[in-house]
Design a binder for this molecule. Structure first.
Ligand SMILES: *Cc1c(COP(=O)(O)O)cnc(C)c1O
Length: 232
């Protein structure tokens, strides 16, 4: 089990490297987030020993219960990648260094109201429903400018580093790459519009991360290709 995790990560790093070369980038330009929902603290500590850049958790409650048996801060940051309800926002900022799933102006304002009085600066990403998929969270592309505007103008405690997306299931390479490129283009448009730079594109999962890297992903979120299939 221990060996398999390490081998899987090495293989993934190699595949990232090869995909990055397509666009003249290097493998080191792409961060690897190990997605640890349903995984044990023991498995999480093992991935931390294998040079991953962050741990991605979907649910605040699950993360908090793991943190209660987490030995010590080992320097690997925790990112929230699942939908956040406003009533869990206060707990979320205790557990997570970055919230990748900010998908509404009201959630952004809520996080601002919690962070500001305690002097906390919180890294956030805006989650975009780039495939216009009724089953997914995230703002629609047409609503992204307003969300970015809210964060930049009303939420000084939030540091917007970029954009996250999850594609609809079952797309072929060409459809997947078109959507990933769409998020990259949106990022570029937001930079021009705001005069800021947004370095992160969090896109790509076990089934599609090479396509995402080819289209400019800076952060892939990988679960099952590291740990095997999940049993809920
Ligand atoms: C579960 C999950 C992943 C990882 O999915 P795999 O297909 O197991 O790699 C990535 N991102 C989000 C938001 C997830 O919920």
């Amino acid at each position: 089990m221990v060996i398999r995790i390490r081998e899987n990560i090495l293989k993934i790093r190699e595949r990232i490297e090869n995909a990055a070369l397509h666009t003249g980038r290097r493998g080191e330009d792409v961060r690897l987030v190990a997605v640890t929902k349903t995984r044990s603290v023991e498995e999480m500590l093992e991935v931390c020993r294998c040079r991953v850049d962050a741990l991605g958790e979907n649910r605040v409650q699950e993360a908090l219960s793991k943190i209660s048996s987490w030995p010590a801060d080992n320097g690997v940051p925790w990112h929230l990648i699942g939908h956040l309800q406003s009533n869990k926002a206060r707990k979320a900022i205790e557990a997570f260094r970055c919230i990748q799933s900010v998908d509404s102006s009201s959630l952004a304002r809520n996080l601002q109201n919690i962070c500001s009085p305690i002097g906390r600066t919180l890294e956030v990403m805006a989650e975009v429903n780039i495939g216009d998929d009724a089953n997914k969270f995230g703002v629609l592309a047409k609503d992204l400018p307003a969300l970015v505007e809210t964060i930049l103008s009303e939420c000084p405690s939030l540091s917007l580093s970029g954009f996250m997306t999850i594609l609809p299931m079952g797309l072929d390479e060409s459809a997947a790459r078109t959507l990933f490129a769409g998020l990259r283009d949106l990022r570029n448009a937001m930079e021009i519009r705001s005069g800021r730079s947004f370095r992160e594109l969090s896109m790509g999962m076990s089934g599609d991360f090479e396509f995402a890297v080819m289209e400019g992903s800076t952060m892939v979120r990988i679960g099952s290709a590291i740990f095997g299939e999940r049993n809920y």
